[in-house]
Design a protein around this ligand. Structure first.
Ligand code: CA
Length: 231
């Protein structure tokens, strides 16, 4: 049973969501504030988080940032204002989605299912490189997708650009500043931590295909990241 962390301070909205999710066989932990949610996340594991943006003590975006320090948990944001959507899109933390209020509980359940499906490991991962290609990673430039062992990776735009930079020069170390410069149009808006969060997310997506294999993206402590040269 997938476990959902729901953070919503309006009881009426929370109640309908809890009911809808539980009816669809999700186990729901409801928190009224960001602090309560973070405390729950520190104690328990969740497969998914639904975060209201407007919370009494912090924003849902803050909650997301804090959750992402320790996990790659997929997030669905609930937002009441169009202005908030820009901020969510600006985050680009990977695999996430948002819905604007008012919404139907049914819609939420459908989105949660879709995101969980995307973030789940492939049931039949291939352990060997693609025969004929001789490569673990393959870039389809026309489709703007990167395949790993033949499986297309579901990357966000920034994850895709970041991976492309590394893919362009396997074995070469890129500093976080270089990665920001090459993969972000407006690097002023983001920090070194953004790179770390994206690398973490790409690694998780690669791991889902390459179960048990070594990370393709290697960390060179104090310097930056590189892609294993034997890709
Ligand atoms: Ca609210």
């Amino acid at each position: 049973m997938p476990r959902v962390l729901l953070v919503e301070d309006e009881p009426a909205i929370a109640d309908t969501l809890v009911y809808a999710l539980e009816t669809e066989c999700f186990e729901v932990r409801h928190a009224l504030t960001g602090a309560e949610a973070l405390a729950a996340a520190a104690r328990e594991t969740f497969d998914f988080a639904i975060l209201d943006i407007g919370l009494p003590d912090m924003t849902g975006l803050d909650v997301c940032r804090r959750l992402r320090e320790n996990s790659v948990i997929p997030v669905l944001f609930l937002t009441a204002r169009a202005g908030e959507v820009d901020r969510i899109l600006g985050l680009e933390l990977g695999g996430d989605d948002y819905v604007t209020k008012p919404f139907s509980p049914r819609e939420i359940v459908a989105r949660v299912r879709a995101i969980l499906r995307r973030s789940q490991p492939s049931p039949t991962p291939q352990a060997e490189p693609i025969v004929g290609e001789g490569k673990v990673l393959h870039h389809d430039s026309a489709a703007m997708r990167v395949h790993c062992h033949g499986e297309p990776l579901d990357l966000t735009a920034h994850e895709y650009k970041l991976l492309l930079v590394l893919l362009g020069r396997p074995g070469r170390v890129f500093t976080r500043d270089q990665l920001l410069e090459y993969a972000w149009q407006d690097p002023g808006a983001v920090t070194d931590r953004t790179i770390d969060a994206h690398v973490k997310s790409i690694r998780a997506k690669l791991r889902a295909v390459r179960v048990g294999a070594e990370d393709l993206i290697q960390t060179r402590r104090g310097l930056g990241y590189l892609l294993a040269s034997e890709i």
